[in-house]
Design a protein around this ligand. Structure first.
Ligand SMILES: Cc1cc2nc3c(=O)[nH]c(=O)nc-3n(C[C@H](O)[C@H](O)[C@H](O)COP(=O)(O)OP(=O)(O)OC[C@H]3O[C@@H](n4cnc5c(N)ncnc54)[C@H](O)[C@@H]3O)c2cc1C
Length: 379
């Protein structure tokens, strides 16, 4: 018998959540991470991530978001730390823009609480914003932000508390299917498990070469700015936001940590050759790019630059996730839930991955995330 029921490769957002779910179910689980949980070299760092119920990308994400929200609250209860802060969310942009229209559609289909606002009403209610007079917007109260590094560290800590083994500073080199189970070869020995979850984020192509042509890694730059009117940018006065102009879509957060207003482009991002190519090299061109949206719609946030950080999006052509059994071997579970919007779902994706690894059918519908869809596209 293999030493472990399940091995989880990569303890970022998805892997740490999966390890926690397996351990709390009493499974013999091991998590292997090349760096330390909460590190800044992948896709899960930078202080904050938006969570929202109304989903402009597609209404079918709403049930997943609902379950994710429940499970974030459960994690908070278990660890006694604040991981989630609800602020509501403002989505605004030019008339007919996909962000507002998509969110409206999702809100209507799923009867989510929302308000449609004109520019004058947005600017009156939320002085953090001065959006152009022809813009429209949607406010959803069931939204806010998560603290990603803390969440990952707590998932790992809770997993260990329930008996999971964790190896950090250990790089997985290969996965080899055996007749009974799977062998995981690392730079510090081998491990055998009944099944394996590959939650290696931007590195997923290393273990799923057939997936690589369908994934594009992009360098995303985050900027923190000292607001000119700090009172307008507290979490009580400023919701999380997504603003869409004809040229870009930018999202951001109130100044909840005294580090400034954080904002970034969701659409722009230079292509990276591979995940190891990311460096913390934000420059004046990146700063100018981010400031364009602040100048257009949030001039009082357009103060001195406090910091810039880079991070990786792993984009699929349709911007939907990949969560599926490997076509090579069903005991290998592949999870690449990014395209720039996966973090909020980590709590429920952990549950889904644990089910898949244990041979169960997940309660949530994940048919949208099947690998097969790429084959259909190219056929
Ligand atoms: C700038 C930015 C902003 C974002 N904003 C939002 C947002 O507001 N809301 C939202 O919901 N989502 C957002 N996202 C998306 C979200 O953060 C990602 O979907 C999510 O963090 C991806 O998690 P992951 O577990 O797949 O990857 P990661 O958290 O990067 O984890 C992968 C892990 O695998 C490890 N690993 C890789 N290869 C190996 C190996 N060979 N051996 C051992 N370990 C290995 C890595 O070191 C890493 O720790 C954003 C992403 C970025 C980059």
């Amino acid at each position: 018998m293999a030493a472990f029921d399940v091995a989880v490769i990569g303890l970022g957002a998805m892997g740490s959540a999966a390890l926690f779910e397996l351990a709390r179910q009493g499974k013999r689980a091991i998590g292997i991470e090349q760096f330390e949980p909460g590190h800044d070299k992948g896709s899960s760092h930078g202080e904050s991530r938006i969570i929202r119920l109304s989903y402009f990308e597609h209404p079918s994400y709403v049930p997943l978001a609902r379950r994710a929200l429940e499970k974030w609250r459960e994690l908070e209860q278990l660890c006694g730390r604040t991981i989630l802060t609800m602020t509501g969310m403002l989505e605004a942009g030019y008339p007919g823009c996909p962000v507002v229209e998509g969110s409206l559609e999702a809100s209507r289909q799923h009867q989510l609480e929302h308000e449609i606002l004109g520019a004058a009403e947005i600017n009156r209610r939320f002085p953090a914003f001065r959006v152009p007079s022809h813009w429209t917007g949607l406010f959803q109260p069931d939204a806010g932000f998560l603290r990603p590094e803390l969440a990952i560290q707590q998932f790992v800590a809770q997993a260990e508390r329930h008996g999971a083994e964790v190896r950090t500073g250990t790089r997985v080199l290969a996965i080899e299917p055996l007749s009974a189970g799977v062998r995981v070869r690392t730079d510090a020995g081998t491990i055998e498990a009944g099944s394996v979850i590959v939650s290696t984020g931007a590195w997923i192509g290393d273990f799923a070469p057939d997936l690589r042509p369908h994934l594009t890694l992009t360098r995303q730059v985050l900027g923190w700015f000292s607001p000119l009117r700090p009172d307008h940018y507290t979490p009580e006065n400023c919701p999380v936001f997504m603003l869409e102009s004809e040229n870009d879509a930018c999202y951001g957060f109130p100044d909840f940590a005294g580090t400034g207003v954080k904002t970034a482009s969701h659409r722009k991002g230079a292509v990276l050759a591979n995940a190891d190519a990311l460096s913390q090299d934000g420059d004046v061109a990146d700063e100018a790019q981010i400031r364009r949206m602040l100048a257009l719609a949030m001039p009082d946030a357009n103060g001195p630059l406090r910091a810039m950080r880079t991070c990786i999006y792993t984009r699929t052509p349709d911007e939907d996730f990949v969560i599926d059994r490997s076509p090579v071997d069903p005991r290998i579970i592949l999870a690449s839930p990014c395209s720039g919007h996966g973090f909020k779902f980590a709590s429920v994706i952990g549950e889904i991955l644990a089910d898949l690894a244990l041979g169960k059918t997940p309660a949530n519908d994940i048919s949208r995330f099947q690998i097969d869809r790429f084959r259909t596209r190219t056929a």
